[in-house]
Design a protein around this ligand. Structure first.
Ligand code: SF4
Length: 504
C-alpha cells in the first residue's frame, strides 16, 4: 500500500488543524447568539479567528491534541498489523512536524516519550467489515475535556437537581448535571456523546463513539431524538456560555445512544468534547492506501472563513501590562478588565508546580506572570518556535498556587476555568490576579509570542517545561481579582440557580 503512510499523515494533520464543516457550521451560528461587547462575544471572536488561523497555517487548532484515538474498519484480507504499524509511524512523524503535541507520558515514571507512542498510545479500535475499502476515523480530544467526562450510577442524588431515577427523566438530569459541572473546564461551548446503560468501561467507549456522529444528524430512535433536542434547549438556558464566562451558548451538540445493561446496573456515561471538536475520517483504497473519500466533508462546499478580521475588536479600554508587575498594578485590576500583556512571561503547569513545592524556581518569579500552558514547541535553526500555546485548565494547580504566590511573589496567573477559594484568598492577601485566556485558541496565542529566550526544566518534557515567552499584546480577561471577586464563582452560582429551575 504505497499511499497508506501519506494518507494517514494527511488524516492526522487535517484532523489537528482543520475543524470539520459540521462543527464550523454550529460554531458560526452559535457565535452570533452572543451579545456584542460581552466577554462571551469576545471569546467567540478569538475562537473563530483561531479556527481560521489554524487552517491557514496548518497549525494545531488547540495545543492539546489529546490521546489520538483511531477507529479502523478493514475488509477481510487486509493486514491490521500493517495498518497499526503505519499509524504509529505517522503519529510519530506528525509529532515531529508539530501537528501533534508530545502527549504520551509513562504513568509510573512520568517520562514523556516525546513522540506520542507508548503503552496503549495511540488508542486503536479495529473491526472487520464486509465493504471493499478501509475506513479510518480519528478523534483528538484533549485532557481538559477528557477530565470533564462523567459517569453516573442511577439512582443518585445530584446538586441542584435532586434525585435521578432509572428512567429517561433521570437520564436527562444526569446529562444536564454533567454539562453544568463542565463549565469553564472543558472549553465551552461543547458537544456531548452519551451512553445510557452498558457497563462502566463499555459505556464510556460507546459515549465517545457518539462523537463520531455529525452534529446536525437526527437520532433514528424518536425517543432519543426528543431527548437530544430537549437537552440542547435546556442546556443552552443554563447561561454557562463560552469558556464559562456566562452567555447564551453552552452546547453545540448532544448525541445519545442506549445499550443493554445488567439488571443491577444503570449507568449514564457522558463524553464531553470542547468546541475544538477534532474528528475526521477517510476511506482508503484497500490495495494502494490512497484516499478515495473524506468523511464529514462535502467536496461541493468550500471551507468558509469564520471571521473577517483577526481576534477581537479593540475598544481602547484594554489595560496594557508589562511584567514584572507591582502589587499596586495587580490590586488595581478588577474582574471584567481586559488586559494586553507585552514582555516576558513563564509557563508552568502540573510538573512545575509540584517542583516548586520542594525547590526554588529556576527564574525570579517576583512580579511574574505565570501561564498555565503546555505549548507545542519546535526547535528550528533560529531556536525554539512556538507552534501552539493556548491555556490549560487551572484548577489542577489549586493545591499549589496559593503557596507559589506567597513564596515567590507571582502577581498574575493565566489559565482557563478559574481557581478555587485557597488561591482567591492568597490573591487577596498578597496582591495577585487570575487572568482567563481563551481556551483552545492555540494559534491566536502562538502568534503573540515573538521570541522564546529560554527554557527551564525541559527534563519534564515539552508540555511540562518552564518556557520563557516574550509576548506582544497577549489578551486575557481578569476573572479573579485581588479583592476576592471571582467571575467563575458568580457564574457557578447563577447557573446553579438555573439548573435548579430545570429540576421539575
Ligand atoms: S479546547 Fe480546551 S478543552 Fe479542548 S482540548 Fe483545547 S484546552 Fe482542552
Amino acid at each position: 500500500m504505497e499511499f497508506l503512510a501519506s494518507s494517514l499523515l494527511e488524516l492526522i494533520t487535517q484532523t489537528s488543524t482543520n475543524l470539520p464543516p459540521d462543527v464550523r457550521a454550529q460554531m458560526a451560528t452559535a457565535g452570533v447568539r452572543e451579545v456584542p461587547g460581552t466577554q462571551a462575544s469576545q471569546a467567540f471572536s478569538i475562537i473563530l479567528s483561531n479556527i481560521d488561523m489554524a487552517n491557514e497555517g496548518e497549525g494545531a487548532i488547540c495545543q492539546d491534541t489529546g490521546m489520538p484515538t483511531f477507529f479502523v474498519h478493514t475488509p477481510p484480507g487486509v493486514s491490521q498489523l500493517a495498518i497499526k504499524k503505519t499509524i504509529q509511524e505517522m503519529v510519530a512523524e506528525a509529532t515531529k512536524r508539530g501537528k501533534l503535541r508530545p502527549n504520551s507520558v509513562d504513568s509510573l515514571t512520568g517520562k514523556n516519550s516525546g513522540n506520542n507512542l507508548g503503552e496503549e498510545t495511540p488508542v486503536f479500535h479495529f473491526e472487520q467489515w464486509e465493504e471493499d475499502e478501509i475506513e479510518i476515523r480519528l478523534i483528538l480530544k484533549g485532557g481538559g475535556c477528557e477530565n470533564t467526562n462523567a459517569q453516573y450510577s442511577v439512582p443518585c442524588v445530584l446538586d441542584h437537581l435532586g434525585r435521578a431515577d432509572r428512567n429517561l427523566e433521570g437520564v436527562r438530569k444526569c446529562i444536564l448535571h454533567a454539562v453544568w459541572k463542565a463549565q469553564g473546564l472543558g472549553c465551552a461551548p461543547g458537544a456531548i456523546g452519551v451512553c445510557i446503560g452498558s457497563d462502566r468501561a463499555h459505556g464510556y467507549d460507546l459515549a465517545k463513539r457518539q462523537l463520531l456522529r455529525t452534529l446536525d444528524d437526527v437520532n433514528p430512535n424518536p425517543e432519543l431524538a426528543k431527548l437530544e433536542a430537549g437537552i440542547m434547549e435546556e442546556a443552552n438556558k443554563l447561561g454557562v456560555g463560552p469558556m464559562g464566562f456566562g452567555g447564551n451558548v453552552t452546547l453545540i451538540g448532544c448525541k445519545i445512544t442506549a445499550a443493554n445493561r445488567l439488571p443491577a446496573s444503570f449507568f449514564v456515561s457522558v463524553a464531553y468534547d470542547c468546541w475544538a471538536f477534532r474528528r475526521l475520517g477517510v476511506r482508503l483504497d484497500a490495495k494502494t492506501g490512497a484516499i478515495t473519500k473524506w468523511l464529514y466533508r462535502d467536496p461541493s462546499r468550500p471551507v468558509d472563513q469564520m471571521t473577517e478580521g483577526e481576534g477581537f475588536p479593540l475598544t481602547g479600554r484594554e489595560i496594557a501590562l508589562t511584567p514584572p508587575l507591582t502589587e499596586a498594578q495587580a490590586r488595581a485590576l478588577k474582574v471584567g478588565d481586559v488586559v494586553l500583556i507585552s514582555g516576558d512571561m513563564f509557563t508552568g503547569r502540573d510538573s512545575v508546580h509540584a517542583h516548586l513545592m520542594k525547590n526554588p524556581p529556576p527564574v525570579d518569579l517576583n512580579g511574574a506572570v505565570l501561564y498555565h500552558c503546555g505549548p507545542v514547541m519546535l526547535k528550528e535553526a533560529s531556536g525554539w518556535v512556538t507552534k501552539a500555546a493556548g491555556p490549560t485548565t487551572s484548577i489542577r494547580e489549586e493545591p499549589y498556587e496559593a503557596d507559589v504566590i506567597k513564596r515567590y511573589g507571582v502577581r498574575a496567573v493565566i489559565g482557563k476555568g478559574g481557581m478555587g477559594a485557597k488561591t482567591s484568598a492568597a490573591m487577596k492577601e498578597f496582591g495577585a490576579v487570575y487572568l482567563n485566556a481563551i481556551g483552545g485558541a492555540a494559534q491566536y496565542y502562538a502568534r503573540t509570542v515573538e521570541q522564546v529566550p529560554a527554557v527551564h526544566l525541559l527534563e519534564f518534557g515539552i508540555p511540562e517545561a518552564m518556557w520563557q515567552m516574550r509576548v506582544k499584546d497577549f489578551m486575557a480577561i481578569v476573572t479573579m481579582d485581588a479583592h476576592g471577586k471571582s467571575l467563575h464563582a458568580d457564574v457557578e452560582r447563577a447557573t446553579g440557580e438555573e439548573l435548579e429551575k430545570l429540576s421539575r
